[in-house]
Design a binder for this molecule. Structure first.
Ligand code: URA
Length: 321
């Protein structure tokens, strides 16, 4: 590693230490930054391997000693680093598990028409209203589509509307929605600035349905997947947050518990993607540690979006605050 690389690395470590002292517990690195770090890692590792695997050949015993000292060779021009083999810089498996093929397959299913995003959203709603495949008999009849800004940089995705959402025909307006609003405000945003939607657009039906709700099942989510994919394509957010394991499963097909999926930024078909706990989880378990976990996920999102993050924000939900 050259001295300039060592200096830059030390600088980076000092910077991260300062951030850590002021409350940062995780940092998001862009794909480009990570690729650069991977390259550095592989280069230094590669040079170690080269030293070990290509020892200097022994001077043959019979080699004649030169009569006169050989002139010193001119300094070698700095060699360009060899290209890094693609396999070495490929993303770690945790990121490659995302289902590009699954998304590509449903992407062709729905193409909203209209000259503006508003018209295209309206068309999506009209299409799903006529789409028996997306409106399974196990779902209730009132459509609850989405709310928010069609040009938002940030998109929150939940699982399915509940009682209050069905009544008001708007996602996340019940108790979980109130908490989501507070989270959005803590980020320095307003509900109207983000886009909020659900994987499933109808409230899942239950026998003797009262005010209770149930999670949508896999079939219900698969049936509605083309619409949420069309919404993501329409809004083109710079970051997506899946609220809870069910929403994450609906988007990715993976059934990873939130405790393992959260805390990092991955890619959902090219868009930075964070899984965090559903706000209703926090309504049942409001321990500071759990609120902090959700908040750390939001700090990751803010850093991904290059939003300003104050010292005060960094320390939300740490002890004594
Ligand atoms: N939970 C969800 O996942 N979505 C809503 O819209 C409301 C509660």
């Amino acid at each position: 590693m050259g001295p300039h690389v060592i200096a830059a690395t030390q600088h980076l470590l000092r910077y991260l230490k300062r951030q850590q002292e002021s409350g940062l517990q995780r940092a998001y690195l862009t794909e480009e930054a990570r690729a650069t770090l991977r390259q550095l890692y592989h280069r230094t590792r590669g040079s170690r391997v080269r030293v070990q695997s290509a020892p200097t050949p022994a001077v043959p015993a019979q080699a004649p000693a030169p009569a006169t000292p050989a002139p010193s060779p001119p300094p070698e021009p700095a060699k360009a680093d060899p290209p890094i083999p693609a396999a070495e810089v490929a993303s770690p498996p945790a990121e490659s598990a995302y289902p590009a093929a699954r998304v590509a397959a449903v992407r062709t299913a729905i193409t909203p028409s209209g000259a503006t995003k508003d018209e295209q959203l309206m068309d999506l709603k009209q299409q799903i209203a006529k789409d028996a495949a997306a409106h399974l008999p196990t779902l209730r009849d009132t459509m609850v589509f989405s709310t928010g800004n069609l040009n938002a940089e940030l998109m929150f995705i939940g699982e399915a509307p509940g009682n209050e959402e069905e009544r008001q025909q708007e996602p996340f307006v019940g108790p979980a929605g109130q908490l989501l609003n507070k989270i959005i405000q803590a980020m320095g945003l307003q509900r109207e600035m983000v886009y909020i939607s659900n994987i499933v657009k109808y409230r899942p039906a239950m026998p003797n349905q009262g005010t209770g709700n149930r999670k949508p099942d896999g079939g219900e989510m698969t049936a509605c997947l083309p619409y949420i994919v069309a919404e993501i394509d329409l809004v083109r957010p710079k970051a997506i947050v899946a609220l809870g394991a069910t929403a994450a499963e609906g988007l990715t097909g993976e059934t990873t518990p939130v405790g393992r999926a959260r805390g990092r930024v991955r890619s959902w078909n090219g868009t930075p993607f964070v899984v965090t706990y559903h706000p209703s989880y926090l309504l049942h378990n409001g321990a500071l540690s759990e609120r902090r976990k959700v908040w750390e996920d939001m700090l990751l999102v803010m850093e991904t979006l290059q939003m300003p993050v104050s010292q005060k924000q960094r320390q939300f939900f740490t002890k004594g605050r």
